[in-house]
Ligand binder design. Structure first.
Ligand SMILES: Nc1nc2c(ncn2[C@@H]2O[C@H](COP(=O)(O)OP(=O)(O)OP(=O)(O)O)[C@@H](O)[C@H]2O)c(=O)[nH]1
Ligand SMILES: [Zn+2]
Length: 329
């Protein structure tokens, strides 16, 4: 097993080290452990939210190689006072309800969990400057479907765009039940705020689309929320790690500064299709193991589109995504 393969693998190989004391068979159960939420990760230190304070923690040895990511619910022991020099230990990670993964590139088979337990993926796209791209949104939708996280499309900079720009762009997903909000500089992002309240949402978007602007409006004390952990607070623009910020009305918004998109190498072709629910039923007439690339190869999706069940742009979009994945050969 190469050490790189299992960056995020949860199966642990316990190696007996020469000279080390034998491990006790029954580990302490840490009945007094406190439940906390991981809101930041920085070089082996985990910022956890416990009741109403931030606690810095490290991983306990007994976690083995299990990864701890933002959004994880963990059990803490040790010094959970949250004082400046206090250091707690993470002894357990609760089972994850969802995991958002990425691969660095489509042809990079090594996947990483970016965020655990999110229930909403907010795809942030500007209507102008930079111009919106349907392919980026499609890619994010596939990642959301794969992770079983609800998608929300957030179109920013409506104040700079022609009046019908938002309607025109969202037309691409007219066949889907995709919720869409638009935001603009001269208005509070009230509708977005409503959709985020009480949930754990991840923001994803290219540089310059206005993510930081949104986060600052949604979390006015963002700097304070990341607290003394200046490495995370100040490093938001350079850091590549995600950070969870508490929303005033309840819930969390997770900013992912280093993640601009999702590689999909780990997503099976069938799951990529699941991200296109308007096309997916059309595959019922495909030959077994159809790679859905062309009608010449027997793919039934072209006929599905010709029959008017989905738009040609959607099929083209799907096939572009497939092409960008090298694992199909
Ligand atoms: N007119 C207008 N400008 C906006 C809006 N949202 C953001 N901007 C501007 O767009 C630029 C980029 O916004 P940021 O919030 O820094 O974008 P970002 O997505 O966080 O980019 P990174 O920090 O590189 O990740 C800034 O100059 C913002 O002032 C908007 O709704 N309307
Ligand atoms: Zn097919």
């Amino acid at each position: 097993m190469s050490p790189r393969r299992d960056l995020d693998e949860d199966d642990v190989r316990v190696r007996a080290r020469p000279g080390s004391r034998p491990r006790t068979r029954t580990r302490p159960t840490h009945a007094d452990a406190r439940e906390a939420l991981v809101v930041g990760v920085d070089r082996g230190r985990y910022t956890c939210w416990l009741d109403d304070r931030e606690v810095t923690a490290m991983r306990a040895r007994e976690l083995g190689r299990k990864s701890v990511v933002v959004g994880d619910r963990v059990a803490l022991v040790g010094d959970v006072s949250g004082g400046p020099d206090a250091l707690a230990r993470i002894v357990r990670i609760a089972e994850r309800r969802s995991v958002l993964r990425r691969t660095a590139d489509d042809d990079d088979p090594y996947e990483r969990v970016i965020v655990a337990n999110a229930d909403q993926l907010v795809v942030v796209t500007a209507l102008v400057d930079p111009p919106p791209r349907t392919g980026f949104v499609d890619r994010c939708l596939v990642a959301a479907f794969d992770a079983q996280v609800d998608p929300l499309l957030c179109l920013t900079k409506a104040d700079l765009a022609p009046k019908d720009a938002a309607d025109e762009f969202r037309q691409h997903w007219a066949a889907l039940d995709l919720p869409v909000v638009t935001t603009r500089r001269d208005e509070e992002p009230t509708e977005l705020e409503e959709r985020l309240t009480g949930r754990m949402s991840v923001l994803i978007g290219h540089s310059g689309v206005g993510k930081s602007t949104l986060v600052n409006r949604l979390v006015p004390d963002a700097e304070r929320a990341t607290g003394g952990l200046s490495a995370i607070g100040k490093g938001r623009h350079t850091s590549t790690s995600a950070v969870a910020l508490a929303l005033p009305g309840g819930g969390w918004v997770i900013d992912t500064p280093g993640v601009r998109s999702f590689g999909l190498a780990h997503v099976s072709p069938a799951s990529v299709l699941a991200g296109f629910p308007d096309l997916a039923p059309g595959a019922a007439d495909c030959p077994p193991n159809c790679e859905h690339r062309s009608a010449e190869e027997g793919c039934a999706l072209d006929a599905w589109v010709e029959a008017g069940h989905a738009s040609p742009e959607r099929l083209a979009s799907y096939r572009r995504l497939l092409e960008s994945r090298s694992d199909l050969g």
